[in-house]
Design a binder for this molecule. Sequence first.
Ligand code: UDP
Ligand code: MG
Length: 332
Amino acid sequence: MSVTSGLRQHQVDLSIIVPVYNEQEVLGIFHQALDSVLAKLKPLAVEVIYINDGSQDHSWSVMSGLFSREADIRCFNLSRNFGKEAAMTAGLDASTGQAVILLDADLQDPPELIPEMLSAWREGYDVVNMKRTERHGESRFKVFSAHCYYRLLFAMSDSPIEKDVGDFRLLSRRVVDEIKALTERSRYMKGIMSWPGFQQTTLTFERPERIAGETKWSFLQLVRLGLAGITSFSVKPLKLATWAGAFVSGAAFLFGLWIMVKTLLVGDPVSGYPSLMLVQLFLGGVQLLAIGILGEYIGRIFTETKGRPLYIVMDEETTAIASNVVRAQRHG
Ligand code: UDP
Ligand code: MG
C-alpha cells in the first residue's frame, strides 16, 4: 500500500512531518509543544503527519492516540524500520500542504521556530534551511566530525548542499512535487532537498539537547549515511582514483628511470628490499581503495536497478479536526 492511497480530497496550508523511531517517552511532550505553537497559527489549516518507522516500543499506540484541536493528525505505521530518510520520504509523499516542514520528534528542532519559517515562506522563499550555530548535548567528537563532514560534502557535491543544515527545513509545494518526482532509491535527504534549487534562504538556530531518550545513530550508521551522501551526490571519488592512478604511474616512471641510471652507473644489483616492499604495499593499498570506491558506486547501481519501494505502510490512521472535537467533547 502506498501512502498516497489514504490521501484526502482537500489540501491543507501546512503539513508537518515527524519521523518517529522508538520515541514513546518524548512523543507526548513533543505533541503538546507543537500544539501550542499551532494554536498561534490560526486560521491556517494544518496537518501533522507522524511516521512510525518500525519502532519496537509503544510509539505507534502513543501516536495513534494523539489528538489536537489545531490540526488534523495523520499517522502512518511502516512495516519495519526503513530508516529516517525513507520515513521522511513517506511523509513527503503523504503531505498535501502548500508548505511542508520536517521536524524531529525529540524537540531538537524547536517547533517555536515554525512562525519564523512561515514568514520567510510568505516572503516568497521555496526552501527555508535551518542552520545550527550551536549543538547542545552532543559529544565534542560528534560536533567536530559533523563539522568536517559537512565541509567535505560541500566540496565534493555537484549540487550545492548548505553546511550545518540538517533535515529541519521548510519546503514549498512545488519543491516537494519536484522531490517526489525523483525516483532514486538511495535517499540522502539533505542532498535531495537541496537539489531542486528554487529560492532558498537560511535561518540560524541553536540546536538544543534531546529532551529524553537517546540518539538513534551509532557511529557506524553515521559513517554509512555520510558515505551514502557523498556517493549519491558526487562522482568526484571516482575521479580521485583516476588522479591517484596518474600520480602513482608518473612517480613509478620517474623512480624506474632513477633505478636504471643508478644500476648503470654504480651497479648495485641486489639491495633495495625495503623500497620494494614499500612500493608493493603502497600500490596494493591504493588499488584496494580504488576498487572499494568502485564497489560503493556499483552497490548503488545494484540497489537502484532493483527498484524496490522505499517503504511499506502497514496501517494508517487519520483524526481530522472535526472528529477531534467530538472526541474531546466525549472526554468532557
Ligand atoms: N528516526 C527515524 N528512523 C530511524 C532513526 C531515527 O525515524 O531509523 C527519527 C527519530 O525518531 C527522530 C529523528 O529521526 O525523530 C532524529 O533522530 P535522532 O534524534 O536519533 O538523531 P540525532 O538528532 O541524534 O541526529
Ligand atoms: Mg535528535
